[in-house]
Ligand binder design. Structure first.
Ligand SMILES: Cc1cc2nc3c(=O)[nH]c(=O)nc-3n(C[C@H](O)[C@H](O)[C@H](O)COP(=O)(O)OP(=O)(O)OC[C@H]3O[C@@H](n4cnc5c(N)ncnc54)[C@H](O)[C@@H]3O)c2cc1C
Length: 386
């Protein structure tokens, strides 16, 4: 096996998103020499918040970052689903949920990136380096990128939904497919402590979510059935107002507190299930392996689980291909199950015909809180490998 002079093994991680940064930290802690190749000119993502669930927090604890993250985050206090006039259809007992499964917290994405980036040596991330090819050469893997060619004992494709590593390794793999809806995300321009009235609101093919952030600002998202790549004629903020500006309080006031230039919009795509996440010494991880709809807020959390699982298996199994085969065995069924659940929630949230919405809302009102809480168990009871 190719090792460095000090005996450490070398890993190249493609992509410095949440999955890639967590993987680099986890592997470095197990003695791997790590390098992240990142196409962008800088690491991070501003302008939106992120929900970290008990499972993702356990993964962060495993790499020693849980305490810092909790310090920068805020525990969720309000959860449930309302209709557009503000009537609660179902409420989640967040205290009971935290007692059963562990806490749920909200964080600014840039704060999470900052914590993860600082956990790595400054030279671990090579910026402006776009990977174009990955190929086995005997016991090593050769990575072709905009800066030349690099070799490693292990390559992790953490390069997101349109992964170049996935395309190189599995050229016949299915392409991401449009989920049928588009999402806007934004954060209030200033603190609005009086407007922390969280939860989701489901309408006819549209929904809105409100999440309080630690600095008293509020993260919101709107999601609507739409053709892909369709854009509002007078800008995304105007589109958001047009769709949600007459919904219940505090949505109109929250929209008033937004900088119109600070509205992000993304069409939602998901990756059809892959038949493998690994080939030899190359593994896919995070959205590159299982990009899912955001309906459960689990995409990044699953990437964190992937990262600590991969590192733990590589630590206990000497042969890289054997450890990767085990990673595929452990992670693929779980992540594909979560992706399926998330997809199904999207189907329910985005029904648009009036009679079906009436039926859905009635079912939500009739579902006991206990049953709602139980539905979180598959995602939240995950524990890192011992
Ligand atoms: C509207 C919305 C809300 C969401 N909310 C939540 C939530 O609350 N909780 C949650 O857990 N998840 C959420 N998600 C999902 C979450 O954002 C993603 O699952 C997660 O960010 C994926 O992380 P990743 O590291 O796998 O990929 P990415 O974040 O896509 O990172 C990939 C990185 O690879 C780089 N890259 C790409 N190609 C190359 C290349 N060829 N060479 C080198 N570098 C490359 C990219 O520049 C990028 O930095 C949400 C998603 C959306 C769309």
């Amino acid at each position: 096996m190719a090792t460095n002079r000090d005996g450490s093994r070398r890993a190249i991680i493609v992509g410095a998103g949440i999955g890639g940064l967590a993987t680099a930290t986890a592997l470095a802690q197990c003695g791997w020499q790590v390098e992240i190749l990142e196409r962008a000119a800088e690491v991070g993502e501003a302008g939106s918040g992120l929900t970290l669930w008990a499972n993702g927090l356990r993964a962060l604890d495993r790499i020693g970052l849980g305490a810092q993250v909790r310090e920068q985050a805020m525990a969720e206090t309000d959860a449930g689903i309302r209709n557009p006039v503000g009537r609660w259809l179902t409420r989640t007992d967040t205290a009971e949920m935290a007692r059963r499964y562990g806490e749920v917290v909200m964080i600014h994405r840039y704060d999470l990136f900052d914590i993860m980036r600082r956990a790595l040596p400054p030279d671990a991330v090579r910026l402006g380096c776009a990977v174009t090819g990955v190929e086995h050469r005997g016991d090593r893997v050769e990575v072709t990128h905009s800066g030349g060619v690099s070799c490693a004992d292990l390559v992790v494709g953490a390069d997101g939904i349109h992964s170049a590593v996935r395309k190189a390794v599995f050229p016949g793999a299915p392409e991401p497919r449009y989920a049928g809806y588009t999402a806007w995300r934004t954060i209030t321009a200033h603190p609005v402590p009086e407007l922390h009235d969280g939860g989701q609101t489901w309408g006819h093919g549209e929904r809105f979510g409100i999440i309080a952030l630690p600095d008293d600002r509020v993260y919101m998202f709107g999601v609507a059935n739409s053709a892909p790549r369709l854009r509002g004629p007078d800008g995304e903020y105007a589109e958001l107002r047009r769709r949600f500006g007459t919904w219940h309080d505090p949505i109109p006031a929250l929209l008033d507190a937004v900088d119109p230039a600070a509205v992000l919009r993304h069409d939602i795509y998901e990756l059809p299930p892959l038949s493998s996440y690994v080939l030899g010494r190359i593994a896919l991880l995070g959205d590159a392996a299982h990009a899912m709809t955001p309906n459960m807020g689990q995409g990044a959390n699953q990437g964190l689980e992937d990262a600590v699982t991969l590192a733990a298996l590589l630590d206990r199994i000497e042969s890289v291909p054997t450890a990767l085969a085990e990673y595929d065995l452990v992670r693929r069924p779980r992540t594909q199950d979560i992706a399926r659940r998330s997809h199904r929630i999207g189907v329910a949230a985005h029904v648009s015909s009036a009679p079906v919405v009436l039926l859905r809302d009635a079912l939500l009102r009739l579902t006991p809180g206990r049953a709602m809480l139980r539905s979180f168990a598959p995602a939240l009871t995950w524990q890192p490998l011992a």
